[in-house]
Design a protein around this ligand. Structure first.
Ligand code: GLC
Ligand code: CA
Length: 560
């Protein structure tokens, strides 16, 4: 297998708006990030993925970009950005920027022009169509509720927006659009950034004709996803991008690709195809979604969890590489979703981290995960800021769905769970800002914060630090093969990693009860060493063990 820095590294994702405010306006910013680089260095991460910091009217917190080559006013200046990059590189931390090119903001100059008339030179930068008898061109719904089309009076046509009305989709069929994007990527790469995380990159090629999608009886809109995800020309575009831009730099790329299976995923990350290095797959993020989608929450099983992970491991084996994450800025907090954020918050956060850092792939830590930050439950819908939540609540309450049911769904799945400010200490507003934060701080900040974590040698923070260090010191954690142990077990997730003559055994209890575990293999004549555990472990007898609630153990096994 090829060795690469991005396989060996650990990524830390920063959502700048919520990370650290340096000037008291209640909004996190670049200088706030600079202040905290030593903290991140101490954690041990060596790659930072920065969510969008470009100019934006913030309809979707920076995922609606009005100028790709400039910095958002609230976040700082170009000089701040240069300093951030320099300060990161001087600490051996690489910078991965967000690349949001499925759509722009409707305030981007291309769209402002495009809207002016049918024969404007930028018209064809976007996807404009005639309506059908006073209705939109097709029945697609947007990811953020409502139709995926917006009517524009000036030219009596509709434009496509898969996300909010302020995020018009770019027309990738237009060669000029592709060239603009590649030039812009070079603009940033030439300043020394180390790669891109590509926002919904598998949506850039739409099926020609834009046919109506399936629509259930109770649905307001049809499902355009099959005609927009993994479209007919997406691989052609990415190979072109790779040839013209990516291949010229030593960088890392990861594509956000909803609706991708390992078979499809491989097309994006197969070494021989020259597209991307990794994708984010969302099968795991759908494990608790029912037939109605994201807001329809159902229980999940550990065997399904294992099957998803293993399928992706085998699916990409040798050819590609996996990204490992259990939360990000669009997902609920992982300790609340997959662990227990009450009685066993510390234990379960550490257990989940053990999984992420010992499975094969590159681990991504989402800000605050390293101190076990949890979901939040705001009482009023007015306290939420996320456009997806706000639009969904409005649309579904107008349809007559009970508000308590909707609030419950938001508590479990809403994106703002991940977007409350980082809890730095127990002072006002968790030390995030001296002003009024743009979104309220999670009320548990006196209990859960960075300052406390740094004072407690048994904290989740130090456990992450140790996992990251172990990864650096043991190639087997990065490159070792994977083998499931006792796959049918519904409460214990166990697996082995094999590399040269070494073996690693990982045993994880995913539940809050004591559980017996017995290996079929006999380790009597082997040398067994405990590498890490979230509990005190008395002896190294691993043949017959009882795992405590959310206990995690990693052993290294050598022949005697
Ligand atoms: C991606 C981003 C999300 C954003 C959407 C539209 O899914 O992660 O935050 O809302 O794309 O850009
Ligand atoms: Ca600020």
């Amino acid at each position: 297998m090829n060795k690469n820095w991005w396989k060996e590294g650990v990524v830390y994702q920063i959502y700048p708006r919520s990370f650290k405010d340096s000037n008291g306006d209640g909004i996190g910013d670049l200088r706030g990030i600079i202040e905290k680089l030593d903290y991140l260095k101490n954690l041990g991460v060596n790659i930072i993925w920065l969510c969008p910091v470009y100019k934006s009217p913030n309809d979707d917190n920076g995922y609606d970009i009005s100028d790709y080559r400039d910095i958002m006013d609230e976040f700082g200046t170009k000089e701040d950005f240069n300093e951030l990059l320099k300060e990161m590189h001087s600490r051996d931390i690489k910078l991965i920027m967000d690349l949001v090119v499925n759509h722009t903001s409707d305030e981007h100059k291309w769209f402002v022009e495009s809207k002016k008339s049918k024969d404007n030179q930028y018209r064809d930068y976007y996807i404009w169509r005639d309506g059908k008898d006073g209705n939109p061109p097709n029945n697609w719904g947007s990811f953020f509720s409502g139709s995926a089309w917006k009517y524009d009076e000036t030219s009596d046509q509709y434009y496509l927006h898969l996300f909010s009305t302020k995020q018009p989709d770019l027309n990738w069929e237009n060669e000029k659009v592709r060239k603009e994007v590649y030039d812009m990527m070079k603009f940033w790469l030439d300043q020394g950034i180390d790669g891109f995380r590509m926002d919904v990159i598998n949506l850039i090629s739409k099926v020609p004709g834009l046919p109506d999608g399936d629509k259930g009886e109770d649905d307001l809109y049809g499902n355009g996803f099959p005609f927009t995800a993994n479209g007919p020309r997406v691989h052609e575009y990415l190979q072109e991008m790779n040839k013209k831009v990516l291949s010229k730099y030593d960088i890392m790329t990861v594509g956000e690709t909803p609706g991708v299976t390992p078979e499809i995923g491989k097309l994006y990350v197969d070494n021989d195809r020259n597209e991307l290095n990794m994708v984010f797959q969302f099968e795991m993020m759908e494990i608790d979604s029912g037939e109605e989608g994201k807001w329809d929450i159902v229980p999940w099983r550990l065997t399904t969890f294992k099957n998803i992970m293993y399928k992706w491991y085998t699916g990409l084996k040798e050819k590609g590489w996996n990204s490992l994450f259990l939360n990000n800025h669009d997902q609920p907090r992982m300790v609340s979703r997959f662990g227990n954020d009450k009685k066993y918050r510390v234990e379960s956060a550490k257990m989940l981290a053990t999984f992420l850092h010992t499975w094969q792939g590159t681990p991504y830590i989402y800000q605050g995960e390293e101190i076990g930050m949890t979901n939040v439950e705001f009482k009023n819908i007015e306290d939420y800021r996320d456009i997806e939540i706000i639009n969904m609540f409005k649309e579904k309450s107008e349809q007559g769905i009970d508000k308590d049911v909707l609030m419950k769904a938001i508590y479990a799945k809403g994106r703002d769970n991940a977007r409350t400010p980082i809890q730095w200490d127990s002072s006002n507003n968790a030390g995030f800002t001296s002003g009024e934060p743009w979104i309220a701080v999670n009320p548990n900040y006196k209990e859960i914060n960075v300052e406390k974590a740094l004072e407690d040698k048994n904290s989740i923070f130090y456990y992450y630090q140790k996992l990251i260090k172990l990864r650096k010191e043991n190639e087997i954690i990065v490159y070792g093969d994977l083998e499931l142990i006792d796959r049918e077990n519904e409460s214990i997730f166990a697996y082995a990693r094999n590399y040269n003559d070494e073996k690693l055994i990982v045993i994880l209890n995913f539940y809050g009860e004591n559980t017996k575990f017995k290996f079929h293999e006999d380790f009597q004549d082997k040398k067994v060493n405990l590498l890490i555990s979230n509990y005190e472990v008395e002896d190294n007898n691993i043949n017959d063990i009882i795992l405590r609630p959310y206990e995690a153990r990693v052993y290294k096994i050598n022949s005697k």
